[in-house]
Design a protein around this ligand. Structure first.
Ligand SMILES: Nc1ncnc2c1ncn2[C@@H]1O[C@H](COP(=O)(O)OP(=O)(O)OP(=O)(O)O)[C@@H](O)[C@H]1O
Ligand SMILES: [Mg+2]
Length: 329
């Protein structure tokens, strides 16, 4: 089974328009080359304009026009320092933050999921929090390296947006944050337009009720696949993640699409498990069967400084930001 994968198809910027009626509320914001350069820059530097305490004063300072005046008084040394502000799209971020009252951020097809090592929730209420997560995440860093190398970026002028277009673009994806129940998240495998496997997504926990619910879960997801997804995605083989809403609604919602193969963690399967045609028409369902069989994904390789690894955890994003600030100062 050979298929050439265009990773951009796995960004909500691409698939959301096709599956909006069965997805979480999401805002897609086109970022620019300057933002890509900012993300490549070492350290977690956040412009004062985006500091949480500054948010309320923002509208006042920009209305007064004093920013421009201040700029003309800068010394030449200060002028050389790049201002990491993004007036081209920062209002769109603020609008989504206001509308959703808390967002789960992604960049193209990746979330800063490794930051769960330090914070219990990726529920952002400010630009500062979103940018800090993006800049702290190794998963995001790895994704960015598929778009450009540091050397390539250095040669490009900020206005050279064509480069970014040529690699598929850079999109900030802001999903409305929901308090999802991990027991109802599943990863589903589609091979040649056939649903072949379903497994528990959050394998750090044992959910005893899954044993008796398994047939119902398989039936719901199969029905969802046939009616909403089958033959409608860009590729014939892919992996999708779903969430089944709590009763009474029990709606199936798409959380994400992921490429078939090595870039996606098959969690409780291996892709080889699906290499031969099986006679049964039913997808195979796998789940954690007891407390001794938990699977814990290793996300420990990341950008947060060494001294913060281990037992140090933040209770919330505000604490995490302070921790990162200390690390660069
Ligand atoms: N809108 C949301 N609100 C709250 N939590 C969310 C939301 N969307 C996703 N999550 C949580 O974050 C996890 C990771 O999200 P997502 O699958 O979008 O990231 P990803 O980078 O594509 O991950 P992967 O590398 O596994 O494909 C989900 O399993 C879910 O628990
Ligand atoms: Mg994904």
């Amino acid at each position: 089974m050979d298929q050439v994968i265009d990773l951009n198809n796995y960004s909500p910027a691409k698939w959301l328009p096709l599956f909006k009626n069965c997805s979480l509320k999401t805002t897609v914001i086109k970022a620019n080359l300057k933002f890509l350069k900012y993300l490549f820059e070492d350290g977690v530097v956040i412009d004062p304009k985006y500091k949480k305490s500054q948010d309320d004063n923002d509208s006042l300072s920009s209305l007064s026009g004093c920013e421009d005046q201040e700029l003309s008084n800068h010394s030449s040394e200060q002028l050389e320092q790049k201002e990491w502000v993004f007036p081209e799209f920062d209002e769109q971020i603020k609008k989504a933050l206001e509308e959703y009252n808390g967002v789960f951020p992604k960049l193209n097809w990746k979330a800063p999921r490794d930051c769960y090592e330090w914070v219990p929730e990726l529920n952002c209420t400010s630009i500062e929090e979103i940018f800090t997560l993006f800049k702290s995440s190794t998963l995001i860093g790895d994704m960015l390296e598929r778009l450009a190398s540091a050397e390539t970026l250095e040669k490009l002028d900020d206005s050279d947006e064509q480069y970014l277009e040529s690699v598929g673009g850079l999109y900030i994806i802001l999903k409305k944050w929901y308090d999802l129940n991990g027991s109802m998240e599943f990863r589903c495998f589609v091979r040649e337009n056939k649903l072949v496997g379903i497994c528990q997504r959050k394998t750090k926990h044992f959910y005893p009720f899954l044993k008796e619910k398994q047939q119902e879960i398989v039936a719901r997801i199969s029905e969802f696949f046939t009616s909403k997804l089958k033959n409608k995605f860009f590729d014939n083989s892919y992996v999708f993640d779903v969430y089944i809403d709590i009763p009474p609604k029990q709606r199936v919602l798409i959380l994400d699409f992921n490429p078939w193969g090595e870039l996606t963690n098959p969690i409780m399967f291996s892709f080889d498990d699906f290499s031969s045609e099986k006679s049964s028409g039913e997808p195979e369902f796998r789940y954690i069967q007891d407390q001794d069989s938990l699977i814990i994904e290793d996300l420990s390789v990341n950008r947060v400084p060494q001294e913060f690894t281990g037992e140090l955890k933040s209770e919330n994003l505000a604490q995490f930001i302070k921790m990162m600030e200390k690390s660069v100062n």
